[in-house]
Ligand binder design. Sequence first.
Ligand code: MLT
Length: 407
Amino acid sequence: MIKINEHYLKLQASYLFSNIAKKVGEFQEANPDKDIIRLGIGDVTRALPQACTDAFHSAIDEMATDSGFRGYGPEQGYDFLREAIAKNDFQARGADISADEIFVSDGAKCDTGNIQELFTTDAKIAIPDPVYPVYLDTNVMAGRTGGFEDGRYKGIIYLDSTKENNYVPSLPTEKPDLIYLCFPNNPTGSTITKAELKTWVDYAKENQALILFDAAYEAFIRDESLPKSIYEVEGAKEVAIEFRSFSKSAGFTGTRCAYTVVPKECAAFDAKGGKQLIHPLWNRRHCTKFNGVSYPVQRAAEAVYSEAGKAQARDLVAGYLKNADLIAREIKDLGYGFIGGDNSPYIWIEGNRDSWEFFDMLLNKAGVVCTPGAGFGKCGEGYIRLSAFNSYENVEKAMIRIKEALA
Ligand code: MLT
């Protein structure tokens, strides 16, 4: 008799953003004339940088000739892209990461979800609350948790990120094996200083733990004193894996390109306590289960690092940051507490009421989609998240409507 993986039965009925999309779809069907402005899921809306589309077109033209055609590429990504990443995103900031430590993929969502496969099912997991749901759900699927009770899965070490700690979790009292961190944070938009990040790196070293650092939003950092990569912290290469994406930095959500950095010295332990390097294991997994990102997409991603590409990607991000700034100013005017919006596209707002109720109210009264904080965890209850990914005109319109709805 074929039996299902019972751990899937512990999951909440549907993935947060699918649930929201369904609710918004139903609302639109019932109100076909209502103009809905989406500030919910962090999905980009502006065109790809011209440098990227130019490179994309020429790569497709190459593929249209027998001499330029490419079949399967290297699973880890083409050298031209891995080298551009290592040089521009790391070496230029003093982080000693080499091209062969970069694994190009089709998304940070997939990589942050898949990486847990490398570790034992009894690995103790520390996960921030609120959190991007993928880290938690993939560990539930893998059987690392008990059931869901009172808004939390049993067996997880939750790292509360609250107003009291400025949305940067404190070190846990119970010892974890695997620690998820995300900065600039999704969903709160909070950032971490180099000194704070160092306490986590030191903690991981002392406790033989590993940090999974999601830096998908690093392009939004404008405060030069903040670290963009965990590898700017000394010693991090031994205890941290970092995830990056072109989705938000260059508008690739629909194009799909991201990468994971697994430094060669980064290690976990085997059953006998011996050190096992992670790089060959992730390489093994990647080659077995993934066939590489398409050649034209990797050429488009490479173009992000050209002079024109850098300027255009920076403009793209600056546009979203301008939206974020407008949202933050209007929310402040309304007298609501919030964080984020300065080095992040997300604004995390203290709604002081049930967050799904706030979501329904904004949808019904303002025709604006937000993300209810409770969808990101127990500590998100009472909050909503607004995303800056839309046109400036739509954000202006949304804020007028939100003001009217809350008046
Ligand atoms: C979000 O809205 O939190 C993100 O867009 C989700 C994602 O990047 O997968």
